[in-house]
Design a protein around this ligand. Structure first.
Ligand code: SAM
Ligand code: SF4
Ligand code: SF4
Length: 376
């Protein structure tokens, strides 16, 4: 059957209504895509809104006060998210990351966490549930999140220098308040705590060493992320990417490091530890070292569209199955299996194969989805 194209109420992205196969196969947890990759990691965007305007993600010229974010009625409800999550878990998902936009802006998020924390894998194991946040509301919410069943958090923080940080978030938000959020998360036992720093050459690369110094011996795992060409609005240029190899070189000069093995297959970060025992850091080299070969991640947008790759320009409209077609769990499960089994995405690998001066891939005129819409 040919998949049907429908216009979205929000016309920014094209989405397909998924095909429900006539023959429904029961989930086995062993689903594989066309490249043999399993489905393990579900990232759920719970809002497309954010109180920051990081230039690499939601530049203020584009995401201005006139920008129309999704109306409340478009958002998946907590019941809809949990219903889909249960179906994904039956297909092999073991880890759920809540993201956005800024996930802590979604009202009563702890209720959703409680609902997700009650899910079990086919082997009866609880899920690994985590959240990525800019940390601005964490001091206020850490205890409620922990009580609801959240195990750990990742906080994004692009520098310790207050002026640099305020410039990067572009809403004049003070770094001290994010540090209070990190301390609160630590105190309530959201562990292991990770801090992600996007490195933009010429903007915050002077913060690499101060950040490393600050988080050494703290138990926090600091990870440096290469600035990515995700979305279509951030004006990405290759010369603003500081390759992870150079980040490691700079760190090595100050604090000797040794490489560690991966925790699990498909881990995005390459891990290193300080030789003096001061802890661990990571680098995420999405631009200079493609890791599509192990990519077991899928992303659910705020309004229920499923994206198979961070660099996709088209989603699969699961909300249409939930709301318009009134499909059964078995039918949605069959549609999800069909979508994953047809997946062949490997954007970063393909881009890496291009000559360095053509570091972007044509998308046939379709606009790539924004990170704030599908989450990191
Ligand atoms: N607002 C939350 C936050 O900032 O942690 C969650 C959503 S944000 C889209 C998720 C992650 O994506 C953040 O760690 C952010 O730094 C990262 N990110 C956004 N745009 C990026 C880009 N162009 N390159 C690399 N990382 C990016
Ligand atoms: Fe907001 Fe996170 Fe994007 Fe920054 S990276 S604008 S905090 S969604
Ligand atoms: Fe996965 Fe797409 Fe990133 Fe490759 S480019 S690692 S397929 S999300």
């Amino acid at each position: 059957m040919i998949e049907k194209m429908i216009p979205l109420a929000d016309i920014r992205y094209v989405a397909r209504v998924p095909h429900i196969p006539a023959q429904l196969q029961a989930p086995t947890g062993l689903l594989r895509d066309t490249l043999g990759r399993p489905l393990r990691d579900l990232r759920i965007s719970v809002t497309d809104r954010c109180n920051f305007r990081c230039s690499y993600c939601m530049p203020s010229e584009v995401f201005s006060k006139d920008y129309s974010f999704l109306p409340q009625s478009s958002l998946l409800s907590f019941e809809e998210i949990t219903r889909l999550a249960r179906i994904f878990v039956a297909h092999g998902v073991e880890k759920i990351r809540l993201t956005g936009g800024e996930p802590l802006l979604r009202k009563h998020l702890e209720v959703l966490i409680e609902m997700l924390a009650s899910l079990r894998t086919p082997h009866g194991k609880p899920l690994d549930i985590t959240l990525t946040t800019n940390g601005s509301l964490l001091a206020k919410k850490a205890q409620a999140l922990k009580d609801a069943g959240l195990q750990r958090v990742t906080v994004s923080l692009d520098g310790l220098d207050d002026a640099v940080f305020r410039r990067m978030n572009d809403v004049d938000f003070p770094v001290a308040d994010v540090l209070k959020g990190i301390a609160a998360a630590h105190k309530v036992g959201l562990a292991p705590l990770k801090v992600n720093m996007v490195v933009k050459r010429g903007t915050n690369d002077a913060e690499i060493i101060p950040m490393a110094r600050h988080f050494r011996n703290s138990g926090v795992v600091l990870r440096f992320i290469e600035y990515m060409d995700v979305g279509a609005t951030n004006g990405w240029r290759m010369n603003e990417v500081l390759p992870s190899a150079q980040v490691i070189e700079r760190l090595q000069a100050e604090f000797p490091l040794e490489a560690m093995g991966a925790n699990y297959p498909g881990e995005t970060a390459e891990r290193w530890r300080y030789l003096d025992g001061a802890g661990e850091i990571g680098v995420i080299s999405s631009v200079t070292q493609a890791f599509c070969g192990d990519c077991n991640r899928v992303r659910l947008s705020t309004e229920g569209k499923l994206f198979l790759c961070l660099f996709a320009s088209q989603g699969h409209d699961l909300r249409a199955l939930l709301r318009n077609n009134d499909s059964s769990d078995e039918q949605i499960s069959g549609a999800v299996a069909h979508i994953w089994q047809g997946r062949s995405d490997r954007y970063s690998e393909l881009r890496a194969a291009l000559p360095p001066d053509s570091a972007d891939l044509p998308s046939n005129g379709a606009r790539r989805v924004e990170m704030s819409y599908i989450g990191g």
